[in-house]
Write a protein that binds this ligand. Structure first.
Ligand code: S3P
Length: 433
């Protein structure tokens, strides 16, 4: 599907965005091995979260869609998952494949994980190596999916992550629940998102997190979850960026997860001169939540280095757009992980922003972006099937002089099926404002 996004003069309105994808996926996976019924409210329907439901159903778990945004999961207990005859299809979802692998490493039986073309090209050695070290047998195809896992007989390890990745950390911590002793410890080169540690704690597991180390002890059982999931800052990000770049804009985004391991975009915006107010701070189901007010601001360039990258990793394509319209030269370094995402996002972000008139150069581990504080030209963006690149193209269209045509725009449904509906409603609310 090709979609054209016309320029917008300003932006006014109040929105909510889909709930944290990774918490929904973790809720389904951990609910599947809990003792009893878990409920996840504010469940965000998207291709990636539906893939998590279909994978646990294949493993013999009953999942009930109580409402569009409520799911109940009948947990099978820690070791009750049943190996299906067919491979488990993770679709486009890297988080799902890495996290479920950690759980399957603790089950009896043989499990095969497959994914779509993009997921099949992403590195899986990063989980296979530590899970093997714990005692699981994992066969990968040249370091990629399909992955075949023979679980059971796990030992605790202390593992230093070669790359800062919450997905890899989570896979190891999940496997640590099944180890014959404890603790299983993950040492991080930089702080990554901690949804896993918070959720395991809520389910009664012993988890510690300090000085760059996360540890988990084995459990006999996990208590079921009952959680309300707040909006995902990665889904709020396109609108935060649009409102920042559109003169006179005032946008409210309610009920957003502001876990400090996820809010790197807000820190970067603050340095650049952005005007985002974070108010009504509260804690919901163990996660920090707030409402945001975003106003138009004139931006100046900034620099982003390695340790900050995990705190904003999925927002970097949009940050490149911000930098393209800021005064000065922005450098982003230590972001080589972007090459292992749904697409090589150093390449696809550079291609997309060149196509709309941006001035940036890719390097091995990031970007050099020369900002021009005026509307970006516009043009044609190939999403390459990557939801975050399609949304980047759409926001570039809003803040452009000539509009942007997005190829394969339907891939936004991987994380945010209602993205273009919200965009249309904001356009209707903003015209004449
Ligand atoms: C995720 C972690 C990040 C992020 C992904 C979701 C998670 O990946 O890019 O979208 O839920 O743990 P890495 O931790 O591999 O960087």
């Amino acid at each position: 599907m090709t979609l054209v996004v016309e320029p917008l003069v300003t932006m006014r309105g109040a929105i909510e965005v889909p709930s944290v994808k990774g918490i929904c996926q973790r809720g389904v996976l951990l609910g599947a091995i809990a003792d009893g019924e878990s409920e996840v409210r504010g469940f965000g329907r998207a291709a990636d979260t539906e893939s998590a439901i279909s994978v646990v159903r294949q493993l013999g778990v009953e999942v009930t869609d109580v409402a569009d945004d409520v799911v109940r999961i009948q947990g099978k207990g820690l070791r009750g998952l049943v190996a299906p005859a067919e491979p488990l299809d993770c679709g486009n979802a890297g988080t799902l494949m890495r996290l479920v692998a950690g759980i399957l490493a603790g089950q009896e039986g043989e499990f095969t994980l497959i994914g779509d073309e993009s997921l099949s090209s992403r590195p899986q050695d990063r989980i296979a190596v530590p899970l093997r070290e714990m005692g699981a047998t994992i066969d990968a195809t040249d370091g990629h999916a399909p992955l075949t896992i023979h679980g059971g007989g796990l030992h605790p390890i202390e593992y230093e992550l070669p790359v800062a990745s919450a997905q890899v950390k989570s896979a190891i911590l999940f496997a640590g629940l099944f180890a014959d002793d404890g603790p299983t410890t993950v040492v991080e080169p930089a702080v990554t998102r901690d949804h896993t540690e918070r959720m395991l704690t809520a389910m009664g597991a012993r988890v510690t997190r300090a000085h760059g180390k996360s540890s988990v002890w084995p459990v006999e059982s996990l208590q079921p979850l009952s959680i309300d999931v707040p909006g995902d800052i990665s889904s709020a990000a396109p609108f935060i960026v649009a409102a920042t770049l559109l003169p006179d804009a005032v946008l409210h985004i309610r009920n957003v997860n502001v876990n400090p391991t996820r809010t790197g975009l807000l820190d970067v915006l603050h340095r650049m001169g952005g005007r985002v107010a974070v108010y009504n701070r509260r804690t919901v189901s163990g996660e920090p939540v707030a409402d945001l007010e975003v106003r138009y601001a004139e931006l100046t360039a900034t620099h982003i280095y390695g340790p900050e990258v995990p705190l904003l990793v999925d927002e970097l394509p949009l940050i490149c757009l911000l930098a393209s319209m800021a005064r000065g030269v922005t450098r982003i370094r230590g972001a080589e992980e972007l090459r292992a995402k749904e697409t090589d996002r150093i390449a696809t972000t550079t291609e997309a922003l060149h196509a709309v008139g941006g001035h940036l150069q890719a390097s091995d581990d990031g970007f050099r972006i020369r900002g021009v504080p005026t509307r970006i030209r516009g043009g044609v963006v190939e999403s390459r099937g990557d939801h975050r690149i399609a949304m980047l193209g759409a926001i570039a269209g809003l803040v452009s002089a000539e509009g942007v045509e997005i190829e394969d725009a339907e891939c936004v449904a991987v994380s945010f099926p209602g993205f273009f509906d919200i965009l249309d409603s904001l356009r209707a609310a903003s015209v004449g404002a």
